[in-house]
Design a protein around this ligand. Structure first.
Ligand SMILES: Cc1cc2nc3c(=O)[nH]c(=O)nc-3n(C[C@H](O)[C@H](O)[C@H](O)COP(=O)(O)O)c2cc1C
Length: 198
């Protein structure tokens, strides 16, 4: 079996159009995939600051990676496939997802220092990012340089040592005159096809 870690940051839950893409993707996964879903809205995630930060630094110094606070990082590092679903907010994605990333980016679990450089140590072969965007930011839109969500996650996937990065984006769904159903249908089909071939 292949383990699939789904990181669900669809803040509007059942109302979320990004959630629709996620449903299409998960439903189309091959039978040898075992899905574990982490719903970030239900997680107690804290920013690295104050005592929470100091305690973490102390644990890293002693290389005590068994502390429960590193559980999420271990789950991320051990998954065969990573799926992240989040809407496009403020030119990237919700801060909740950044909090999660801050908590799983652990030297010694998801990456490590070798000689003079950092090397990703995650097991996953693929990272998939599913998103919906109010405006149009896809390649050829003339606005691609404003898109900081997918570009950041693509770099992060490389940083963590995950070889393949895939993006499925439903673009421009809040724009005047947009055929929302058609845009979502096309992106959902794309997500399903990607899952089938993963
Ligand atoms: C807090 C917030 C910030 C947003 N920021 C942007 C933005 O910077 N650019 C954009 O095109 N759309 C923006 N949107 C619109 C969303 O990208 C769009 O409605 C998306 O489909 C929401 O996904 P959901 O249905 O999964 O919640 C924003 C929406 C919200 C609620």
């Amino acid at each position: 079996m292949r383990s699939v870690l789904v990181v669900n940051c669809c803040i509007r839950r059942e109302e979320s159009r990004t959630g629709q893409l996620l449903d299409s993707f998960v439903s189309a996964l091959p039978e040898d995939c075992e899905v574990e879903e982490l719903v970030l809205m239900d997680e107690q995630l804290f920013p690295l600051t104050g005592l929470f930060f100091d305690e973490r630094q102390a644990l890293l110094e002693t290389k005590d990676f068994n502390d429960p606070r590193f559980l999420r990082a271990h789950r991320f590092a051990d998954a065969d496939i990573i799926v992240i679903a989040a809407p496009f907010w403020d030119l990237s994605f919700p801060a909740l997802l950044k909090l999660y990333i801050e908590n799983i980016s652990v030297d010694g679990i998801t990456f490590r220092a070798v000689d003079n450089h950092l090397e990703g140590t995650c097991r996953a072969s693929d990272m998939i990012f599913l998103t919906t965007r109010g405006g149009a930011y896809a390649q050829g839109s003339g606005q691609e340089d404003m898109e900081m969500g997918s570009r950041y996650l693509k770099a992060l996937s490389k940083f963590f040592g995950i070889a393949r990065y895939h993006l499925v984006a439903a673009d421009g769904i809040d724009m005047e005159g947009a055929d929302v159903d058609a845009i979502l249908y096309k992106a959902s089909e794309e997500a399903a096809a990607l899952a089938e071939g993963i």
